[in-house]
Design a protein around this ligand. Structure first.
Ligand code: ADQ
Length: 489
């Protein structure tokens, strides 16, 4: 992009996601403490130098007064963040309701229990209305800050209505939408009362992206079967307008993890962990405490492994780090109790006065602690029942250059398609198979571990988050150019 004075100028990227990468806590009438959270998406875009990224999203706080809104907007501007203000009722209906109670479970093939489903159906209309209203509020803010030539990149299931709202404002806006969860089989999607409206809203985008080819295929099938549109190798066509649909598998900023292992505080933690678990193999699970992550299945398989292999009782430990999420939702509270109960039972059965087989932590770890844990692990367990990609499996591989540990990976995680040749793939619903995989992983020869690790390490260090973001945005730019050429022909 050339400016009039001849100097090159970076293309502006408006990244629109439900949550900003910053959490805000109010300290006074007009003062705010901002805490930057580096999640997958933030680190993906941190390393991208080709664009000037600006964020638009909800700051996670309810601010109703004008002074507060103005001062928060100013504070966030320093971090290139623009807030969308949502009131409590909208958040309740849109975020807790439609996003987390309906779309999240459905996209992961998890039906809600029947009694909840009935209650949900009654409030479905109002939640969907709030969803559309919230998406419109996001669109208003995007429209206010949009400049000609910007690329608008919408993220995730929270904002499926956004592409339509944006195109209604300005049909020339370059709009891409990317889904971080799986897109389910069209047979699942068709159970959603608002199925057609949502598909049509997404199709307003110029480019629609998914982690895997399968999810993209499910989306195209849903459009052909539910809307009766034509699916082509490029995407979905409606009355001459093509929406490009493709797979863009996300990666991580692998260098950030590899560099961290050389830092003194991380080395120090690695040494502490090695001393603490000397003489025992370390198995690791790192998940948000969510139904989709298959945490009970993982722990039950570990119990079965201990039952069948008494020789291993004091020679292996499972460290399960589970960050609580959506703690106000009853389903998540039930899951926490269930996990605690199983862990307690197993530690009671197989623990001794000096050691327990499972260390379960209900919290998040800081980046250095996480890197150290990944580095000392012999076997990582990712047992998601469904998962868009799963970045934990990538992070583990990036930190294993010296140890060359084994990754046990659910075949239902998107990552199975990229790390499948190096990992041991499992069906997490089959506890017996999972228990034998643990046994196999713990006794695998050094040669086989090395071969498997090499395959995965190569993938993780070459398919990075930066590459993912750059590919998506350049594909979006190309899509627009091609569409312009087509209309001129
Ligand atoms: P998530 O469901 O959050 O992401 P995942 O891809 O594994 O799942 O990313 C989780 C991130 O949180 C990782 O970076 C991990 O390090 C961190 N994390 C998890 N537990 C932690 C803990 N206890 N302490 C500290 N950090 C922890 C969604 C989709 C995924 C998809 C990503 C990105 O559900 O399928 O891979 O978005 O698209």
């Amino acid at each position: 992009f050339e400016r009039q004075d001849g100097r090159s100028q970076k293309q502006r990227l408006l990244v629109v996601a439900n949550r900003l990468p910053v959490s805000a806590v109010r300290k006074g009438d007009d003062s705010w403490a901002l805490d930057v959270s580096v999640g997958g998406l933030v680190s993906a875009l941190l390393g991208v130098n080709e664009f000037e990224a600006n964020w638009i999203g909800w700051a996670g706080v309810n601010v109703t007064d004008e002074i507060g809104q103005r001062s928060l907007t100013e504070a966030l501007a320093e971090k290139r963040c623009i807030p969308v203000f949502l009131d409590q009722e909208i958040v309740h209906q849109y975020y807790n309701g439609y996003c987390n109670n309906i779309l999240w479970p459905l996209f992961h093939y998890l039906p809600l229990p029947q009694e909840d489903r009935l209650a949900t159906t009654r409030s479905f209309q109002s939640q969907f209305a709030a969803y559309k209203e919230a998406n419109q509020l996001f669109a208003d803010v995007v429209n206010e800050h949009y400049q000609e030539g910007d690329v608008v990149w919408c993220h995730d299931y929270h904002l499926m209505f956004l592409p339509k709202c944006l195109k209604d404002y300005n049909s020339k806006m370059k709009v891409g939408w990317f889904l971080h969860t799986p897109f389910p089989s069209s047979e699942i999607h068709r159970t959603l009362p608002s199925r057609s409206e949502l598909l049509r809203a997404v199709l307003a985008a110029d480019l629609v992206g998914f982690h895997t080819y399968d999810y993209a295929r499910h989306f195209v099938s849903a459009c052909t079967r539910i809307l009766g549109l034509e699916g082509t190798p490029e995407g979905v066509e409606d009355q001459g307008k093509l929406t490009r649909v493709a797979a863009f598998p996300i990666g991580i900023d692998s260098d950030r993890f590899i560099r961290a292992l050389e830092l003194p505080p991380v080395k120090c933690r690695i040494k502490e962990l090695q001393d603490r678990f000397a003489g025992r193999k370390v198995m690791l699970g790192v998940d948000r405490l969510d139904m989709i992550k298959g945490i009970p299945q993982k722990i039950l398989a570990f119990e079965k492994f201990l039952e069948e292999n008494p020789d291993w009782h004091d020679k292996v430990v499972l460290l399960q780090i589970a960050v609580p999420t959506r703690t106000d939702v009853p389903e998540y509270q039930k899951l926490t109790c269930q996990v605690h109960e199983i862990v307690g039972r197993i530690n009671g059965r197989f623990g001794t006065l000096t050691a327990v087989p499972i260390h379960h932590l209900d919290r998040s770890l800081d980046f250095y602690a996480l890197c150290a844990l990944y580095a000392v692990t012999d076997v990582a367990l990712v047992t998601s029942l469904r998962d868009g990609m799963n970045l934990v499996s990538y992070e583990f591989v990036a930190c294993q250059a010296s140890k060359k540990g084994v990754l046990i990976l659910s075949e239902f995680a998107g990552a199975a398609q990229s790390l499948g040749a190096g990992a041991i793939l499992v069906n997490p619903w089959n506890i017996t198979e999972l228990a034998s995989s643990i046994s196999y992983a713990l006794t695998m020869s050094a040669h086989e571990r090395e071969k498997r690790h090499h395959h995965n390490f190569l993938h993780v260090t070459t398919h990075t988050s930066q590459e993912w973001a750059e590919t998506f945005v350049s594909e979006l730019n190309d899509t627009i150019v091609e569409a312009q050429l087509r209309t001129r022909q």
